[in-house]
Design a protein around this ligand. Structure first.
Ligand SMILES: Cc1cc2nc3c(=O)[nH]c(=O)nc-3n(C[C@H](O)[C@H](O)[C@H](O)COP(=O)(O)O)c2cc1C
Length: 221
């Protein structure tokens, strides 16, 4: 029988929300597969855009789990790295003629340059698990929003299990990559993708710092 009072539930929920952080350094130890399944189950419980995907015969959400050192991950890494090179080149070209993009895109351009220089995609092969979540494209096209809900549920569950979690947002760019989609066993162009890395954190981060909520609220009459 569940004896949790509302206060207790909120205490735990608030604690998990505050402790959720982006972990980017992991120990080599593999978390148990049962913990990964529990995280993916939390992802399944996330909301989805029923009107957009409700009619698809096949279930509209899929999880692809790749372990560090596996054949699949070894094959995926160069595909993602090649995509990063293409993205960097495209952004570089577009920034030449677009002043606004030059200002806005500089941080991302530097990030891509750093990844190219190091030859490592953060979160892909740097953690025990790299997990790709796929959401079938529908209309209206809200699959990325749906994936964000799924990711947040997974992130909170990983936090509650004492695991580190890192979003790997470059995964989204792989949804149009034929070789990558073939590796997953899905047709290219029909699914939107998002990814994350999961493992035991190398060191614990302190809870998030955010502005006091009063500073960012405007109550409208
Ligand atoms: C849409 C989105 C994309 C993100 N992409 C990445 C990513 O590719 N790699 C990464 O390490 N963190 C990524 N993050 C994590 C943010 O950088 C992080 O949430 C933010 O810096 C706040 O830190 P915290 O998560 O520890 O509270 C992403 C977050 C969001 C919401």
């Amino acid at each position: 029988m569940c004896t949790d009072t509302s206060d207790q539930k909120n205490k735990y929920l608030d604690q998990i929300l505050a402790e959720r952080r982006s972990y980017r350094m992991f120990t080599p130890e593999f978390p148990p597969e049962d913990a990964i399944k529990r995280i993916l189950h939390a992802g399944l419980l996330a909301p989805f855009a029923a009107v957009a995907v409700g009619n698809s015969k096949e279930y509209f959400r899929r999880f692809f789990v790749m372990k560090q050192g596996s054949q699949s991950l070894t094959a995926a890494i160069p595909l993602v790295m090649a995509e990063i090179h293409r993205m960097a080149e495209k952004l570089h070209e577009e920034m030449k003629n677009n002043i606004r993009l030059r200002e806005q895109g500089i941080g991302f351009a530097q990030r891509l340059a750093m990844i190219k220089k190091r030859g490592i995609v953060p979160g892909i092969g740097t953690a025990p698990y790299y997990i790709v979540v796929a959401e079938r494209k529908g209309y209206p096209p809200v699959e990325l929003q749906s994936l964000a809900h799924c990711m947040e549920n997974m992130w909170l569950k990983a936090t509650a299990l004492g695991l580190g979690f890192q979003i790997v947002s470059v995964t989204s760019a792989m949804s149009q990559n034929t070789e990558f989609c073939t590796l997953l066993g899905i047709p290219v162009g029909e699914w939107e993708l998002m990814g994350c890395a999961i493992g035991y954190p190398q060191e614990h981060l302190s809870p998030s710092i955010r502005p006091p909520v009063e500073d960012v609220i405007r109550w409208l009459e």
